[in-house]
Structures are given as C-alpha cells and as structure tokens.
Design a protein around this ligand. Structure first.
Ligand code: NAD
Length: 362
C-alpha cells in the first residue's frame, strides 16, 4: 500500500537553460508594474541591462551579503517601500534569495523587521511576489518556505508560507561562473538536502522520488562540473538536482546533518554547505538502511559506503574542510543535540553519538 501523504508546493517553476529570458512575461503575468532587482555584484551588469530595457524594473539592490544580515534586509525593505515596488526579483545564491524573501514578506509590515526576525509577530498576510533566480545549485531556496537570516553571528531559520516565492526561474547558465570551491560546497548542500529527505521521519512517496533522483544526478554530475565548469549538460543536471532536493526537503525538513551544521558554521566560520558536508558521510554511515543502499546502487556508487566515499572525494578535490582541529567546545554537542532538526533523524541523536562522530573528525 502507498502510505497516505499531503503535498503542497505552489511555486511556479520554470526550468531550463536560457529560461531567464521569460522573466518579463512572468512579471506581466503577475500584473506587476514595478520591480526591484536584488542581486550580487557578479551579476550587476545583467541587472543594469534589465533596467535599461524595460520600465518595469525600478531599481537594483546589491547589498545582501553572504549569510544575509538583518540590517541588509532592512535597507532592502526601505528601498522596496520608497519605490513602491510591486515585486522583487532575486538573482543570486541562497543568501540573496533568502534576504529578498524576508524583505518581500515585510513590505506591508507594521513596525520593524526585528520583531519578525525574533518571531514576536506573525508575518503579514499581504506581501509582494518574489521571483527567485538561483545562481548556485545547492539551497533549493527557490521552492522552499524557508529564509535563513543572521543578526551578527546569530543565525535564525524562519519557516513560514510568507516566504514561498511566486515563481522560480531555474536557468543553469547562471551557474557556469561558480568557482570550483563554491560549486562543491553548494553541490554537497543539495546532496545533504536529498539524503536528509530520504531518511527524514516526514518522508513521503513523492519526496522519495525527488530525493533519489536528485542524489543520482549529483553522483553523475558533481565531479564533472568541478573538472569542466562550462559543461552545460552537467551544470543543468546539478541545477535540476538542487531543485528536486529543494522540493523534497521543503516537505520533509532536514535532519541531524543540518542540526550539526548550525553550531559548526558559527564556531568554525564555515559556509553553510561546507558545514553540512563535514558530517554528511558520518551520517550516511549512522543512518544507513536498505533504502540508502538501493539509492547508492542506482546512483552508480555501488553501496552506501561508495556514497560516503563520493562525498569525501569531492571534499578533498575541492579543498573543503575534512577535520576539526583541537578539542571541540561542549556547546557544539549541546547545540546540535537540542536543535529541533535532530528530532527528525531516524537514529536518535545523543551526546554520545555526536562525541564519537566529532572525535572521528579530529
Ligand atoms: P551564497 O548565496 O551565500 O553564495 C556563496 C558565494 O557565491 C557568494 O560569495 C556569492 O556572491 C557567490 N556566487 C553565487 N552565485 C555565483 C555565481 N553564479 N558565480 C559566481 N559567484 C557566485 O551561497 P548558497 O550556498 O547558495 O546560499 C547559502 C545561504 O542559503 C546560507 O545562508 C544558508 O543558510 C541558506 N540556505 C537557505 C535555504 C532555504 O531553503 N532558504 C536552504 C539551504 C541554505
């Protein structure tokens, strides 16, 4: 029997190389008259082209840094309000998309953004549409209702329907310029989403389909994009894998790898995906079962041991962190253990399990 399940993902998805050209029509379909483009310095000239070409684009905001800061989003909210923008187009990685999601949700907010960041108030029902155009293949943020915002070193994962983009335009041409290290970090983040969805307590038959296909595509394409950054077929495969993993974990949520990644990122200053990659092969071994063996075989990696080796190989090849130097602070264990996502792991996440795992990384 197929288990009962629910599935909701209202984000319009436009996938494919070259589909960014459809942005204008997506905006007219949403009856938008004025739009702020949020992007990173690397894509500034492309954003300026849009501004010259069509009056629907009213301005550019280029001030969302990596690990988006609350203060940056407040400046964006200001620009959205002053220009009375009716939509936001976010062209960037997870940081830009998350910052833009938060700001688009707060155009009509009553009071300061901090109250919403601290979850003192519910997000307003009225918001403006966000069109997400990912330039990394990793977070899946373009289809999730998650926005990760930081205040200094404090990282808060906000999960609210207010953050669902109106549309996602997933055009892998944007990812060709990703340097190898960021390609590896984001690719392993996507793999962590796929695998954590596979072993999540909330998995459904549909999320299993998305996640297994995502893992298969990553096993096939991640090394290729490290060797040949302009391989269009492999970049496309990675963008699709990231999208599928996003669709899967948007339903299932992630688990212990992500629970550990938050204190790891904070204590060791690691980017999100690199912090996830640090414990990923450890949890492949801890959470191993027949389903993971089957997915690993179908991904062409032989077994789950082959899957764990694949993760390590990518980390070494791209020069990612593979070990922790010195004694780790006790807060690493307590913060990972008590993180709500640990409860979504199939194997109980105890202090003993975590100590053994982190000792194995020394
Ligand atoms: P990122 O957005 O932080 O970008 C990493 C770096 O890559 C930046 O320096 C950026 O300028 C650069 N970059 C991005 N695209 C580029 C391109 N095409 N060419 C050249 N350089 C490029 O990285 P990310 O991994 O995409 O996002 C990480 C953030 O997303 C973290 O804050 C994480 O917590 C969050 N996240 C959110 C979700 C979600 O569902 N909302 C899921 C996972 C992670």
């Amino acid at each position: 029997m197929i288990p009962t399940f629910e599935a909701v993902n209202p984000v319009k998805i436009i996938f494919g190389s070259g589909t960014f050209a459809r942005l204008d029509s997506v905006l007219s379909e949403a009856a938008v008259r004025s739009t702020v483009i949020v992007t990173l310095p690397y894509f500034l000239s492309q954003a300026e082209e849009l501004l010259k070409k069509n009056k629907i684009y009213s301005g550019i905001f280029c001030g969302i840094r990596e690990n988006p800061q609350l203060a940056d989003t407040e400046k964006l909210i200001d620009q959205i309000r002053k220009s009375d923008a009716g939509a936001v187009v976010a062209i960037g990685g997870g940081s830009v998309i998350d910052g833009a999601k938060f700001a688009a949700a707060l155009k009509f907010a009553d009071g300061g953004a901090e109250d919403y960041f601290l979850r003192k108030k519910p997000f307003p029902a009225r918001r403006i549409p966000l069109i997400a155009v990912p330039t990394t293949a990793g977070t899946g943020s373009e289809v999730t209702q998650v926005s990760v915002i930081n205040r200094g070193k404090e990282k808060v994962t906000l999960n609210d329907p207010a953050f669902r983009p109106y549309a996602a335009i997933v055009d892998s041409l944007f990812t060709h310029s990703l340097p190898p290290k960021i390609t590896a970090i984001t690719g392993l983040d996507a793999l962590a989403h796929a695998l954590e969805s596979v072993w999540s307590k909330n998995r459904t038959p549909l999320t299993d389909l998305y996640a297994a296909e995502s893992a298969r595509l990553i096993a096939r394409h991640l090394e290729t994009v490290l060797n040949r950054p302009n391989d269009a077929d492999a970049r496309d495969g990675m963008s699709y894998a990231s999208l599928l993993a996003g669709l899967a974990f948007a339903v299932t949520k992630t688990a212990a790898v992500h629970a550990c990644s938050y204190p790891l990122a904070e204590l060791y200053g690691l980017p999100h995906g690199e912090a996830c990659a640090l414990t990923l092969s450890g949890f492949i071994k801890i959470n191993n079962d027949d389903r993971l063996e089957k997915i690993s075989r179908e991904a062409g990696l032989g077994s789950s041991a082959g899957l764990a080796e694949f993760v390590e190989k990518i980390k070494h090849k791209a020069g990612l962190t593979t070990s922790l130097s010195g004694a780790f602070p006790p807060s690493l264990i307590t913060d990972a253990e008590k993180h709500p996502l640990s409860a979504n792991n199939p194997v109980p996440v105890t202090a003993e399990l975590l100590i053994e795992l982190f000792n194995s990384l020394k």
